[in-house]
Design a protein around this ligand. Structure first.
Ligand code: SF4
Length: 168
């Protein structure tokens, strides 16, 4: 049996969403060695990097590189920050990248997540340099929110979560 593992490299985040369950009183981080030890102890097939924003971990890129070198299938969940701050080489290591979208229009999303979040998220799901040129990326919607239906092309992904499938 192989395992799919959820990992948060850090609970640090640049946002402070009201619905978040992370501990905001302190910053906890896994070490590079701790993450790799999971793969040493378990037959890990895939890992999702989730809450908080993994790009705020100082060893984020190195850890992603190490896991990819081991053949672990990687996915990332982000509010857009980590995608924005990741070099193409790191992004190419992920098979899926999820960005959180809670509302179908900018004003509602920004009121919920913070000013500028909509633009960041939209930028993160646009074709991104060599990363997307290399990929056969498609977008698919994997969740739905109680928000009203999308009203424009850029809102096609405006449900709870959209996923970029990299090299499916
Ligand atoms: S973006 Fe995610 S991790 Fe950051 S505060 Fe919001 S819910 Fe929490």
């Amino acid at each position: 049996m192989e395992f799919s593992v959820g990992v948060g490299l850090t609970n640090a985040c640049d946002l402070a969403c009201a619905h978040c369950y992370r501990d905001v009183d302190r910053i906890d981080q896994l070490t590079h060695a701790q993450v790799l030890s999971v793969c040493d102890c378990l037959p890990v097939r895939s890992i999702n990097l989730g809450t908080g924003e993994n790009g705020l971990h100082p060893d984020y890129a190195a850890i992603v590189g190490s896991l990819a070198a081991r053949g672990v299938k990687l996915s990332l969940t982000s509010n857009g920050y980590t995608v924005e701050h990741s070099p193409d080489e790191t992004l190419r290591a992920f098979r899926e990248i999820e960005v959180s979208i809670d509302f179908p229009i900018e004003s509602e999303q920004d009121a919920f997540r913070g000013a500028g979040n909509w633009k960041r998220v939209m930028a993160s799901i646009e074709p991104k340099g060599s990363w997307m040129r290399r990929s056969s990326g498609t977008q698919r919607v994997t969740g739905s929110s109680s928000a009203s239906r999308p009203r424009s092309r850029s809102c096609m992904t405006a449900t709870a979560v959209s996923v970029l499938v990299i090299d499916p």
